[in-house]
Each structure stands twice: as structure tokens, then as C-alpha cells.
Design a protein around this ligand. Structure first.
Ligand code: RB5
Length: 184
């Protein structure tokens, strides 16, 4: 299952690509947007990437004006490897070497016939594995390291807060105990 999405800048090209997917017999989910009204591309990128993360879709195609905003947003999602391709060679290589699972393109940059060829390369080529798998593992490790660092910071802040609360209560108990003793 292929997920496809766009903002207003990619709306025209997305419609052409949807027809292309249909003609080629691909099953797809269109996550929007569904008209030319202005929308925020991060919302669409997020919607599409979640479909890949939860296994509903295997690959995705995102189109905005330049493809860049969609690409940046998609690559902020764990497990997403989004490739911006405006030529067929890159589309083929990013499948074979990078195991890209999202293709991003600019509807205001690339012509519709070329875009269809790019999609064809992206959807028909497979990951080669072997030495490339090692590199993908390293890439995914970078993502995991970034995650661990932010989790560590959260734990540190929680620990700091709990420690402050505990010290405050100890002082309070000490103060109350001293006060009570002096009144006896
Ligand atoms: C929308 O005008 C435009 O900024 C968007 O489609 C995209 O090109 C962003 O990267």
C-alpha cells in the first residue's frame, strides 16, 4: 500500500500522480490535502508518516511546492527515510542504497512526466542490502542516539524536581519538629 499526500503547492502534481498510481494498478491511500486551499505541510507529512510507522503503508510520496518542507518534516519521524528526488537516477539509487521509504518532490519544480518516471523508479527498485544495510543501521543509530539524549534530559529534570521537593519536605518536617519541641 502506497500513501500519497500534498499541500496546496503540490496539489496539482499529486492529482496527476494519483491517476498514475491507479493506471499502474497500485493500491494507495490519499492522505490529502483534497483542494487548493492553503494548508500546513507538516500536518500532511505527519499524517502520511504515521501510516508508514504503523505498518498500514509500505512507502509514501509527498509533494509540496519545492518538496523541501515535506522532506524536512518526514525525516523528523522515527524510521522514516525520506529522499528528495527530482531525477530518475536519484530515485533508483535511494531505493537501492538508502532504502528510502518516502519520496518527496516539488510540484512547482518538476514536470509531471518526469515526476511519473521518478515515481516509477522509486516504486519498482528494491533495497540491495549487504554493505548498504550496515550503513542504514548506522543511520538509524544516529536517530536512536538523538532520542536517548532527549530522554536522558527529561529523566534528569524529573529527578531534579523530585529531589528539590524531597529536600523541601525534609526542611519542613525539621522546622515543624523543632517548633513542636520548643512548645512542649
Ligand atoms: C507553500 O507555499 C510552500 O511553502 C510549500 O509548498 C513548500 O514548498 C515548502 O517547503
Amino acid at each position: 500500500m502506497i500513501a500519497i499526500g500534498c499541500d496546496h503547492g503540490g496539489f496539482e502534481l499529486k492529482n496527476i500522480l494519483v491517476k498514475y498510481l491507479e493506471a499502474e494498478g497500485y493500491e494507495y491511500i490519499d492522505v490529502g490535502t483534497y483542494d487548493e486551499n492553503s494548508v500546513d505541510y507538516p500536518d500532511i507529512a505527519d499524517k502520511l508518516c504515521k501510516k508508514i510507522q504503523n505498518g498500514e503503508c509500505e512507502k509514501g510520496i509527498l509533494v509540496c511546492g519545492t518538496g523541501i518542507g515535506m522532506n524536512m518534516c518526514a525525516n523528523k519521524h522515527k524510521g522514516i527515510r525520506a529522499a528528495q528526488c527530482h531525477d530518475t537516477f536519484s530515485a533508483k539509487m535511494t531505493r537501492q542504497h538508502n532504502n528510502a521509504n518516502v519520496l518527496t518532490m516539488g510540484g512547482r519544480v518538476v514536470g509531471s512526466e518526469l515526476a511519473k518516471e521518478i515515481v516509477r523508479e522509486f516504486l519498482t527498485n528494491s533495497f540491495l542490502g549487504y554493505r548498504h544495510q550496515n550503513r542504514i543501521d548506522k543511520m538509524m543509530n544516529l536517530e536512536n542516539m538523538a532520542k536517548i539524549k532527549s530522554t536522558d534530559l527529561t529523566l534528569l529534570l524529573v529527578w531534579d524536581y523530585l529531589w528539590t521537593v524531597m529536600v523541601f519536605h525534609l526542611h519542613l518536617i525539621h522546622f515543624l519538629a523543632t517548633k513542636t519541641n520548643s512548645q512542649l
